[in-house]
Design a protein around this ligand. Structure first.
Ligand SMILES: C[S@@+](CC[C@H](N)C(=O)[O-])C[C@H]1O[C@@H](n2cnc3c(N)ncnc32)[C@H](O)[C@@H]1O
Length: 220
């Protein structure tokens, strides 16, 4: 699948997938969206009660969510065990062209290190951030650990409906600890109904710039 770098409205890069006619992030701002949905509504919400957090990301992609989580872990001294699933890892030469370090005023090497980490191994990227990247699909993987927080960042339900099913959300519900939380940028009515059916308490929160709503779902 061919991926092309595009510039989003906040100046940060994203990728466009021609075959799917879909972007990796919101065209209204990639960094803004990831910060708002995954860090502010997810990580900061959980870290108010717990400093030792296990995160599962569905769709590692550019590594932007991992990078932002790494930054937050060192800023406020969290211990993060970060597991990320990805079926189609990106090439390093594409990663090196993304401007996230520049946008965030961070060392470029960190994003590169995150991508260079071996797959299927737990790697301490820092004393605060342990990364376990898994090259497998959500459909096939057996999730035997329990997580505090899930970043659900698959392609949208219009282009990848097989990721937004009751079966997969039920699998994710089982992979959360009690009071664990799943956050996603998608607030479609049908997605919220599925989340409720599998047992989540569903909140519609204000979305990032350019999007009305996002969803935070809690396993009560
Ligand atoms: C919206 S994009 C990723 C966004 C990513 N979090 C980022 O910040 O770049 C969705 C990602 O999910 C991956 N993906 C597609 N199908 C998948 C599956 N069945 N299981 C896990 N990941 C999948 C895609 O390859 C893509 O990298």
């Amino acid at each position: 699948m061919e991926r092309v770098i595009i510039k989003t409205a906040d100046g940060s890069d994203s990728l466009y997938v021609k075959d799917l006619n879909e972007h990796y992030h919101s065209i209204h701002g990639a960094v803004q969206e990831s910060q708002h949905v995954f860090i502010d509504a997810g990580l900061k919400y959980i870290s108010a009660r717990n400093k030792n957090i296990s995160v599962l990301e569905i769709g590692f992609g550019t590594g932007l969510n991992a990078f932002l989580t790494f930054i937050e872990s060192s800023k406020v001294d969290l211990i993060i065990n970060y597991t990320a699933l990805e079926t189609y890892p990106l090439e390093m030469d594409l990663i090196e062209k993304l401007n996230y370090a520049e946008c965030l005023n961070e060392e470029k090497d960190i994003l590169k290190t995150i991508h260079a980490c071996d797959w299927e191994k737990e790697i301490a990227v820092s004393k605060n951030f342990i990364l376990h990247k898994i090259k497998n699909s959500l459909q096939k993987i057996i999730l035997s650990d329990l997580y505090d927080l899930i970043y659900f960042d698959a392609f949208g339900p219009n282009v990848q409906p097989e990721m937004w099913t009751e079966e997969l959300f039920s699998k994710l519900f089982s992979a959360l600890k009690p009071e664990g939380v799943l956050v996603t940028y998608c607030a479609k009515g049908e997605v919220k109904r599925i989340l409720k059916r599998v047992g989540f308490d569903v909140e519609s929160l204000k979305g990032p710039p350019g999007k009305r709503e996002m969803v935070r779902a809690t396993k009560k």
